[in-house]
Design a protein around this ligand. Structure first.
Ligand code: ATP
Length: 343
C-alpha cells in the first residue's frame, strides 16, 4: 500500500500556555486536496509550518511519504520536497517573473530550468509576463507567478496558507479553479488553509475542521456539511436554526415537525434540533406549518426569508430558491426530515 503523503502522530506544539497543536494525529493520502478550516488561532498555520519544517514539534512525529522528518531526528525544510505558497506570495521584487520561477530550479541545468519555467508560465496563462517585475503585475498575476514558482521544482506536497484571500470575488474563483486544476492534474498533494467555509467545501476532496489545536472532524465536504459531528461543526458551514424539541419513544417532537431521534438517543427529555436554512421548504400553498414573513433578502439564485412562527421564541431563517410573491405575508413551510441535525 502507498504511504500517506503526510502523517502526523500525536503532534504537540505549544507557545507558552497556548496549545497550537494539541496531540493532533492526521493522515493525508497521496494526491488529496485538503482544505484546512477553523477559527482564527486554532492552529492551522502552525500545522502547515510543522509540516514544512519551519516550526519544530515539542513532541510527536511527522512523516512525509513514510519518511520521518520530525520526532525521530529532524529534516531541514529545504530537504523535505515540500512547496509553499503563502498569503502574501512573497515574490522577489528585484527579480523578473521568469527569474522568480527559476529561483527554485538552481540545481537544474540552465536550459532545462528555463524550459520548465516557460512551460509552467504557459500552462498558467502568464508566459507573456515572463520579463516583467512583480510590482507591474495585478494581484491575480502575482498569485499565478507564486504558484509557478512553488510548482517549478515539482514538489510532491504543496502547502498553501490562504492563497486566494487578497483577490476579489470573481478573480478569486477563477484563479482558484485554475490553480487547483493544475495541481490535481499533476497529482500533487495539497493542503490549503482557508477561513472561508464555502471555499473549504468547494476546493478540497477532503476537509479538516480544527478548533483549539485539535481536529473536530475530518471527512469529505459532504460528510462535514450533511453529517457534522456536533453543533459547532454544523454551525461552521452555514447559519443554523436552533429549535427546542422533546425526545419521546425514539422521536423528537418540535413545533416544526416530528423527527426520528438518532439511534443512540434513547433518553426522554428536552433537546435542541438544528435546521439549516436550506432544509426548509417554503410555499404559499396552504399546508404544514404557517408562518409570517418578517424580512426578505433577495440574493438571485436564492432568497433569505426570516419567518416568525407561533410557539417559537426565535424566528427561522430560510434560504429558498422558491420565488414567493413580492407581497406575500403568510406562508407555509415544511422541514426536510433527512436534513434535520440532532446531536
Ligand atoms: P489564523 O487563522 O488567525 O491565521 P491559525 O489557525 O493559523 O490562525 P496559528 O497561527 O497556528 O493559528 O496559531 C495558533 C495559536 O498559537 C494562536 O493562539 C497563536 O497566537 C499562537 N502562536 C502561533 N505562533 C506563535 C509564536 N511564534 N509565538 C507565540 N504564539 C504563537
Amino acid at each position: 500500500m502507498t504511504e500517506p503523503a503526510v502523517q502526523l502522530e500525536n503532534a504537540k506544539r505549544s507557545f507558552g500556555s497556548t496549545a497550537a497543536l494539541d496531540d493532533l494525529s492526521l493522515d493525508i493520502p497521496q494526491g488529496d486536496v485538503l482544505s484546512l478550516v477553523g477559527p482564527s488561532g486554532c492552529g492551522k498555520s502552525t500545522l502547515l509550518r510543522v509540516i514544512s519544517g519551519v516550526e519544530r514539534l515539542d513532541s510527536g512525529h511527522v512523516f512525509l511519504n513514510g519518511r520521518p522528518v520530525d520526532g525521530d531526528g529532524f529534516i531541514e525544510p529545504e530537504a523535505r520536497g515540500v512547496g509553499f505558497m503563502f498569503q502574501d506570495y512573497a515574490l522577489f521584487p528585484h527579480l523578473s517573473v521568469r527569474d522568480n520561477v527559476l529561483f527554485g530550479l538552481k540545481k537544474r541545468k540552465r536550459a532545462d530550468a528555463t524550459a520548465r519555467a516557460q512551460d509552467l508560465l504557459g500552462r498558467l496563462g502568464i508566459a507573456h509576463l515572463a520579463g516583467r517585475f512583480p510590482h507591474a503585475l495585478s494581484g491575480g498575476e502575482q498569485q499565478r507567478v507564486a504558484l509557478a514558482r512553488a510548482l517549478a521544482p515539482e514538489p510532491g506536497i504543496i502547502l498553501m496558507d490562504e492563497p486566494f484571500s487578497n483577490l476579489d470575488q470573481g478573480l478569486r474563483q477563477r484563479v482558484r479553479d485554475e490553480t487547483l486544476s493544475v495541481l490535481r492534474a499533476s497529482g500533487t498533494t495539497v493542503i490549503m488553509v482557508t477561513h472561508d467555509p464555502q471555499e473549504a467545501l468547494s476546493a478540497g476532496n477532503r476537509v479538516v475542521l480544527m478548533r483549539k489545536g485539535s481536529i473536530v472532524q475530518a471527512g469529505t465536504p459532504y460528510d462535514l456539511y450533511d453529517r457534522p459531528v456536533d453543533a459547532y461543526a454544523a454551525a461552521f458551514f452555514s447559519a443554523l436554526n436552533a429549535v427546542p424539541g422533546f425526545i419521546r419513544g425514539g422521536r423528537v417532537e418540535t413545533r416544526v415537525g416530528t423527527f426520528a431521534a438518532p439511534s443512540g438517543l434513547t433518553r426522554e427529555g428536552k433537546t435542541t434540533v438544528f435546521i439549516r436554512p436550506d432544509a426548509i421548504h417554503v410555499t404559499t400553498v396552504p399546508g404544514d406549518v404557517q408562518a409570517r414573513i418578517r424580512q426578505r433578502v433577495f440574493l438571485g439564485t436564492t432568497e433569505n426569508v426570516v419567518l416568525e412562527v407561533e410557539g417559537l421564541d426565535q424566528p427561522l431563517t430560510v434560504a429558498t430558491p422558491t420565488r414567493l410573491p413580492v407581497d406575500a405575508d403568510m406562508v407555509f413551510f415544511s422541514v426536510l426530515p433527512r436534513k434535520v441535525l440532532i446531536f
